[in-house]
Design a protein around this ligand. Structure first.
Ligand code: 2P0
Length: 331
């Protein structure tokens, strides 16, 4: 059967960095994200004996090498669960604005998990699909299944059955919340997040210190979401991001994802705050900076950010809906 799924990207407010189980993709700490209404991946999947071999096409190009291996690992895992043996055709497209360069694995693997589980009639609950997406190799894909604000629970069990994502508040809960995604470069990073995390857990002297702070960060951000308390959410998210980058910088070999332009945007955000425009930054495993703000200030903040020549594109996003099935197939 042919099935198409659309899944959004998400941005972590409390970051996931480090796995206690690499195979099952079990995190050392819980994380919280906001799902974006922009930056979507649409994926059509069909398992059929008519195909001679597996084929994956992303944005019009046939996938090869490591990317193909990563996706087929996941598809073979789903095959083992379902007993399906026929070859698959996967066609996927990102609607990302021209100069993307943003991590597409969360939306990509979330769409793939949802499409495959439906194409093979696995009859999974939302929670089970999020567990499946978690095991794709991109843990953050588990969070993209849900809209609004989402928590991925660390869980305690060694089989991973209690490490799933769950919605904290839906996409209509905080209508004034805005995420400005500043795109500084479209270059892909040299070290994948999975490898980066592995090195950090092994070598950063600060890793245990990071873990000690997480419970409190999760608590504050969760209650700030519920109360729509932007100040506490922003302060805690920004500090959590800086703590994660302190881990990355102190990893051997060092993971410095920032570029000079990254620091430029960070300083600009701090300057805007001094000028009375409340906003906070968050940065993932790459140089691009996401600026959190509220609707009332968005115009002024955009104008000031655009003064920076290094920002190639500025995408204004809001909390968006989670992944869903569509009847409009890509082939
Ligand atoms: C997160 N990140 O919680 C953390 C914060 C990045 C920093 O999950 O494309 O989604 O390999 O970077 O597996 C990134 O890991 O993707 C991640 P890639 P993946 O969102």
């Amino acid at each position: 059967m042919k099935v198409t799924a659309v899944a959004p990207s998400n941005i972590a407010l409390i970051k996931y960095w480090g796995r206690r189980d690499d195979k099952l993709v079990l995190p050392y700490n819980g994380s919280i994200s906001v799902t974006l209404d922009k930056l979507l991946t649409k994926t059509t999947v069909e398992f059929s004996r008519d195909y001679k071999k597996d084929e994956i096409v992303i944005n019009g190009e046939r996938v090869t090498g490591e990317k193909l291996k990563r996706a087929l690992n996941f598809i073979n895992f789903i095959r083992r669960i379902s007993g399906e043996e026929s070859p698959v055709r996967v066609v996927s497209e990102n609607n990302f604005p021209t100069a993307a360069g943003l991590a597409s694995s969360a939306s990509g693997f979330s769409a793939l998990a949802l499409a495959c589980s439906n194409a093979l009639d696995l009859n999974l609950s939302d929670r089970e699909v999020s567990i499946l997406a978690r095991m794709s190799g991109s843990g953050s894909a588990a969070r993209s299944l849900f809209g609004g604000f989402v928590e991925w629970h660390r869980g305690k069990r060694s089989d991973g059955s209690d490490s799933y994502a769950e919605q904290i508040a839906n996409e209509t809960h905080w209508k004034d919340f805005r995420i400005l995604v500043s795109i500084l470069t479209t270059l892909e990073k040299k070290i994948s997040s999975a490898d980066g995390m592995r090195y950090t857990v092994k070598t950063s002297p600060f890793y245990t210190g990071w873990l000690k702070t997480i419970k409190n960060d999760l608590r504050i951000v969760k209650s700030s979401i519920r109360k729509r308390d932007f100040t506490n959410l922003g302060k805690t998210s920004e500090h959590n991001c800086l703590k994660m980058h302190a881990l990355m910088i102190s990893t051997v070999p060092s993971l410095i994802y920032w570029m000079p332009s990254t620091l430029e945007v960070m300083h600009k955000v701090m300057e805007l705050r001094r000028d009375g425009l409340e906003c906070y930054f968050t940065i993932d495993a790459g140089p691009n900076v996401k600026v959190l703000c509220l609707k009332e200030d968005v115009k002024k903040i955009k104008k000031r950010l655009k003064e920076l020549k290094s920002i190639k594109e500025l995408v204004e996003a809001r909390p968006g809906r989670g992944a869903y099935l569509s009847k409009k197939h890509l082939f």
